[in-house]
Design a protein around this ligand. Sequence first.
Ligand SMILES: Cc1cc2nc3c(=O)[nH]c(=O)nc-3n(C[C@H](O)[C@H](O)[C@H](O)COP(=O)(O)OP(=O)(O)OC[C@H]3O[C@@H](n4cnc5c(N)ncnc54)[C@H](O)[C@@H]3O)c2cc1C
Ligand code: SF4
Length: 445
Amino acid sequence: MRVERIVPKSIPPGERKDFSEVYSSFAFQEALFEARRCLYCYDAPCVKGCPTGVNIPEFISRIKSGNLIGAARLIYSANPLGSVCGRVCPTEVLCERSCTSKLLNIPIAIGHLQRYVCDFALENERVSFPYPQPQKGPIAVVGGGPAGLSCIHFLKLLGYRVTLFEREEEPGGLLLNGIPPYRLPEKTARKEISLILQGVEIGKGIETKEDALRVIKEFKAIFLSPGANKPVSLGVPGEDQEGVISAGDFLKEVSKEKGQFDFSGKVVAILGGGASAMDASRVALRLNASRVIVLYRRTREEMPAFPSEFQEALEEGVEFLWLVQPVEIKKRDGRLFLTLERMTLKEPDESGRRAPKGTGETFEMACDILIKAIAAFPDPRFLEIWPGLKLDPRGYPLENNRQSTNPKIFLGGDLIKGGTVVQAVADGKEGARRIDEWLKGGGAQ
Ligand SMILES: Cc1cc2nc3c(=O)[nH]c(=O)nc-3n(C[C@H](O)[C@H](O)[C@H](O)COP(=O)(O)OP(=O)(O)OC[C@H]3O[C@@H](n4cnc5c(N)ncnc54)[C@H](O)[C@@H]3O)c2cc1C
Ligand code: SF4
């Protein structure tokens, strides 16, 4: 049996100069060879690692028999963003981590196989969702990112009429305004988004208490999925200077106006250690920055970025400075000067994570642009317009299996700490099921 893992070709790290997708798709023979390594395990641990419960061994088995459309249909029956998730899922910590066959040693490239068959079906226009004529509802979904899109999809399958309220000109959330095209081309995201949104009425963002009360009155249930995109402040002097920007704003602007940015000759510092920091740094390199340095207050071990994200940033030339935290930002002669404090780590807390602690020792570092890619939270101004929502001490709304403390309002995605696209899809799916169950039980009578 062939044991080495086959992955598709990728652009060599030194040649990744623009926003072209880094990985190409499998060729049919490659997909076939990779699929043949799957053991069709009796208990399929990979499925337990997938938040949307895709029947992984069965779709891989269909690839083995050449039934690519059947494989794609199976994936889409569990996850309407199959092609998107095939690209962006951190499979190394989900399905592929659970693919533990000792015989194989190396997990099956499940994500690449999923992407391959979904792309094949999309390109051949063989994806359509069996939405019945809507007879029930109406339901409002607020926020058209992956959580909202998934909830719309599963509500429509259940026969509900749904209206989406979206603040941006185009729905898609971070699929179009966050994750850069070298990992997720807009064309791919748009194909799946438009299939889901067929026949869905789209209204403007819900920004005021009056808007929220109107929605509560007009709709039988509401699913809130506005994400968690409110950046926290660093709380250090000089943070508001020109040249200091948030990763969320930066990535959104770049996704809209790629041509307008040119970092030629500039040193860019990125603050943080998660997905946003990795993407902001890789985008800065593609905008011709002369050096890109990620500053993180802990070490590689504690970094929230997934291993593949870190590895790819490293390979592309991003530098990392561990155990540092800015305590002041000054501007001199058009450049930023960061006073960085060296940090150390405390003993692991109850969660096993080691918190950083200042040493008092500082040094100065010059850069031209500082991108803050630190934590983001739900927007409190959005949450306070909805009556009856109670929040936890960190500002996340309390929920019981996607139902909020206002029984008519359901929640999902990053608003309830999702953190990944596939978790947002799973939340939308569960949200739709819970709304249906609640309405069948009498709803808000
Ligand atoms: C840079 C970056 C890279 C990432 N990379 C990955 C990755 O590789 N893999 C992965 O799995 N996850 C990744 N993530 C995380 C993933 O994108 C999120 O977990 C996911 O998008 C959350 O989905 P959501 O629907 O909850 O929110 P969002 O995608 O944030 O969508 C929220 C939507 O709500 C809308 N909205 C907000 N307020 C209102 C309002 N008042 N009225 C109406 N609409 C409103 C917004 O405009 C937006 O369209 C990344 C995140 C970032 C920032
Ligand atoms: S765990 Fe791995 S080998 Fe087993 S069915 Fe899943 S993908 Fe195939």
